[in-house]
Ligand binder design. Structure first.
Ligand SMILES: [Cu+2]
Length: 203
């Protein structure tokens, strides 16, 4: 005697659900490896805050002007890792180009105005020294340290600085499981109509 086809499909469905739950662990791992975003403020006190920040490879630093005075974020060409790409607000590819172009009030020239931001993603490990063109002489300098593991304990504007990695992983795993449950519920609603029919068939 052949089994009711809805039984087979139900079993297949449950198996698919289990696979979906197991597979959700993989995207969760990938998500954990995505770069974090760290904020460095530029203030009217003419400082980068924090002026030193440690991040992981692949992380992004977002410099935000929280005051009214314009600033630049300009890397010292000779004080970044040899194989790293040069970076500067305004998108210049050399320190000399950035220096000669800078013009107060002109965003295109690399000036970051009130509420303006500039961001750069760091892939290569090492130390990056940078400065603000108009305030270099008064010591508006900063550095970014890119190291494995990053600076989740340096409190340097990290989005979730106090949460240990294990807790973070747990949160991501929980999110993954939730997504799996929602997907499961979706398939139930769409394809799970046989369930009630099976009771009728037994009678
Ligand atoms: Cu400045």
């Amino acid at each position: 005697m052949a089994q009711p086809s809805n039984r087979l499909s139900r079993r297949g469905f449950i198996r698919a659900g289990a696979v979906g739950t197991a597979a959700s662990a993989t995207p969760a791992t990938v998500a954990a490896q995505e770069g974090e975003r760290h904020t460095v403020e530029m203030t009217d006190e003419l400082v980068f805050d924090p002026d030193e920040i440690t991040i992981a490879p692949g992380d992004t630093v977002v410099w935000e002007n929280v005051g009214g005075i314009g600033h630049s974020v300009t890397a010292y060409e000779d004080e970044i890792p040899a194989d790293a790409a040069y970076f500067a607000s305004g998108g210049f590819d050399s320190e000399s180009a950035a220096r000669s172009a800078y013009s107060p009030g002109d965003v295109e020239s690399g000036d970051i105005l009130e509420d303006g931001t500039y961001e750069h993603t760091f892939e290569i490990e090492g130390t990056y020294e940078y400065f603000c063109i108009p305030h270099e002489t008064v010591g508006m300098l900063g550095s970014v340290e890119v190291a494995p593991g990053g600076g989740s304990d340096d409190g340097g504007g990290v989005s979730v600085p106090t949460v240990p990695d294990t807790a973070k992983t747990l949160l991501i795993a929980t999110t993954g499981a939730l997504v799996a449950v929602v997907a499961l519920a979706y398939f139930f609603l769409k394809y799970g109509g046989d369930y009630e029919i099976s009771d009728d068939e037994r009678n």
